[in-house]
Design a protein around this ligand. Sequence first.
Ligand code: KIV
Ligand code: ZN
Length: 500
Amino acid sequence: MSGRVLVFDTTLRDGEQSPGCSMHGVEKVRLARQLERLGVDVIEAGFPAASVGERESVRAVAQEVACTVAALCRTREEDIRAAAKALHGAARPRIHTFIATSDLHLAHKLKMPREEALRQAVAAVRFAQTFFPEVEFSAEDASRSDYGFLRDVVAAVHEAGASVVNIPDTVGYALPDEYGEIFAKLSRDVPGVTLSAHCHDDLGLANANSLAAVRNGARQVEVTVNGVGERAGNTSLEEFVMTLRVRGESLGLSTGVRTEEIATASHLLSSITGIWPQPNKAVVGRNAFAHEAGIHQHGMLANPLTYEIMTPASVGAGDSSLVLGKHSGRHAVESRLKALGVVLKKDEVEELTARVKELADRKKYVWDEDLLALVACVPDTHVRLVRYQTLSGNQLLPMATVEIEVDGEKRSASAGGNGPLDAALKACDAALGLDVELLELTTRAVTGGKDALAEVVVRVRHGGNEAAGHAASTDSIDASLKSYLSAVSAARAAVLEAAA
Ligand code: KIV
Ligand code: ZN
């Protein structure tokens, strides 16, 4: 059996299902390009039956990249048709269909007997094969399924034409020994099928379980960048891939991933979603290569091997480079973007160059991180901040006045609050005249330094719709208001769309 493990990236599907990680079509395409540079074997682009927008995003990704593109669907014919339509024209399309196999899911969620689930699984694989030759089947909650039934399902869908069968640990419950054993038994009982591992990290065991799977015969592993995903997330791409790179000799296994592209992929995803890995996150956390303790620093200086099992360069993490200033032109911006894995259209580069120059007027150095924040924070055109002013101090009642534009119409209002930001948000509400609930507002300094860009992610609820906004500015109130208005704009658009 070959030691090459296929890397199936589901950042754009399972990853996107984590709160706050939803992405627009253009953002999905941007990340897909970087995933391709990274060298993953399969990109799962989405779940086309979910919405029109999702179908469009999957279609856009399918048109863009040359590697295999998968689309997820339930066993229903209409889902499979939607997936096939979205994948039409892809260089290497793969329909990925799934149904649960555990008695728990069958009895309480699907309310069907085992025989019916088996019948639907086989029928779905056969139907999917009428569109494309490559079909993957997933037995949801496989790790909590009865082994005999799971084996029968795997054998039947393989016989029906599924070349890859995925055995998810859907709720992150399995222990490595148990999960590995399922793969050992399936490799013995259903020869010829490519088994895939798909783990969730509820107990922090996703990478250990994925490793147990490949040591027992799995030859595809489903992962996400930064480990994003449902609840506690999925197996993290960087952890799994670097385990195989660092310990490949002991394991006799490898992937085709260009690990030097990992940091760029991680940064790109974070700048799109505004969600950054915890500082001590393995491989991609800010502190993953920082040696603070004196004794460690001494060892590192004597010989880096004392405390470093992989170099920052091996994952593409290095010193942040100084990029641009107010004299930088379009070509300089474009070439920096290229190095960061971002490809924009000509007019987008021009618009970004103008924003880089504007930023360079306020901030001495414009770094790669700043550039990515600017790319991710595209100003909203429907509801936008024109200007704001606050009066604040620790001995007076903070007041704010804002002027905003809603679909081209200027509106202004003033309000007081318990701080300048609270006052400014209340003034925005008064000017908007909408009932908006602020669910979350997080601020992050994009780089070090007192003049750092503040990146703000806001989540709001309006008219039953939740939406997120994302903005960056050297002024944190400015960034907060822009982010808030862009979230309101997205929620308002959903309300208007539903009413139309
Ligand atoms: O976790 C899971 O079971 C899944 C499947 C739908 C593949 O994401
Ligand atoms: Zn999953």
